[in-house]
Design a protein around this ligand. Structure first.
Ligand code: GLN
Length: 321
């Protein structure tokens, strides 16, 4: 069905979502990373970036929070840019795990690959693949440059978060070395883990994540900087990875109720991709048992349902003035 929605309808839906959920107190800040436990739990922001670069922003959309696992999407894109779609599938995989983001069991069950770049194991593998192999400083520069390209502006390292996470990431250390055992780390395991921990500690805003989501939705053309960041043929690959495992063990429930592929992080950020229409991000620190922001989920779900949008309904949607 052909369907038209206006920019003002999108703005109205976003405003309603913001007003409706801003006082919600469900969920709890992540506390296994000490820095995150102390972030103001009332922060709440929403940002939507349309294909012409128009931004719709509400609340704390310019607050810099820890990107955490949303950065797994960025590194997956970097690996896709450097290796192509076929090699990513061979070297990491594109499957759901159905298990928590930091699952060691998921690696033991798979053995032959880390399933997907969007869980901890696959993200550490993706960082090990970043070129040039063996050069931590240049790899880091490539990771940051790629995030800057995708978001249209640079992220900033939150040093305190990096220290906090490095001092407590024992489970991830096990993952890195277990992957090495299965020949699924393609560079030094400790270096790969450090790059992963550092990228998770980058500060990012909901606005920046909405621009990144919009770049994916727009076949790799960043609608704000107008730069072509990656080959358009990679967009459906990236969106399929996000759709498959973006909410870990709650991914099916999420897609069923929201209709939009999205990726979460324990810092409270969520980044959604509505192909051909927009990127959307919401941020609020309190998370649920799977590590997904409670308010960000409610807000994005409300907006999608209010506008009657879903990647599964086959509508040909045009956004009008
Ligand atoms: N789900 C997340 O955001 C987890 C990211 C965090 N850096 C970790 O490895 O535990």
């Amino acid at each position: 069905m052909d369907k038209k929605i206006s920019v003002s309808q999108i703005k109205e839906a976003a405003r309603e979502a913001y007003e409706m959920f801003k006082t919600n107190t469900d969920g709890k800040n992540a506390d296994y990373i000490p820095y995150l436990a102390n972030i103001d739990k009332n922060l709440f922001g929403i940002s939507i970036c349309l294909m012409d670069g128009t931004l719709i922003q509400l609340g704390d959309s310019e607050y810099r929070f820890g990107i955490e696992s949303v950065s797994k999407v960025h590194t997956a894109i970097l690996a896709l840019r450097q290796y192509g779609a076929e090699k990513l599938l061979q070297m990491i995989g594109a499957d759901a795990t159905g298990l928590p983001f930091n699952s060691i069991m998921a690696i033991l069950l798979e053995k032959d690959h880390p399933s997907t770049p969007l869980v901890n194991a696959g993200a550490i593998t993706a960082d090990s693949m970043v070129q040039p192999i063996g050069d931590s400083a240049k790899k880091w520069d490539a990771i940051v440059a790629n995030i800057t390209d995708l978001c249209g502006s640079a992220p900033q390292l939150i040093d305190e978060l990096y220290k906090s996470e490095s001092a407590t990431n024992f489970n991830n250390r096990s993952i890195a070395w277990l992957l090495k055992n299965y020949n699924r780390i393609y560079d030094d395991p400790d270096m790969s883990l450090d790059l992963y921990t550092r990228q998770c500690s980058l500060g990012i805003t909901a606005t920046q994540l909405s621009v990144c989501g919009a770049t994916i939705a727009n076949d790799g053309l960043n609608p704000v900087s107008k730069k072509q960041i990656f080959d358009g043929s990679l967009s459906p690959k990236i969106t399929s990875l996000i759709a498959t495992v973006g909410f870990y063990e709650h991914t099916g429930d999420w897609l069923y109720t929201s209709g939009i592929p999205a990726k979460t992080g324990v810092g409270g950020g969520v980044m959604g991709v509505m192909p051909g229409l927009f990127g959307i991000s919401a941020f609020a620190p309190p998370i649920d048992s799977a590590g997904n922001s409670v308010k960000a989920q409610l807000a994005i779900k409300y907006i999608m349902n209010k506008l009657g949008l879903s990647i599964f309904n086959g509508d040909r949607v045009t956004i009008t003035e």
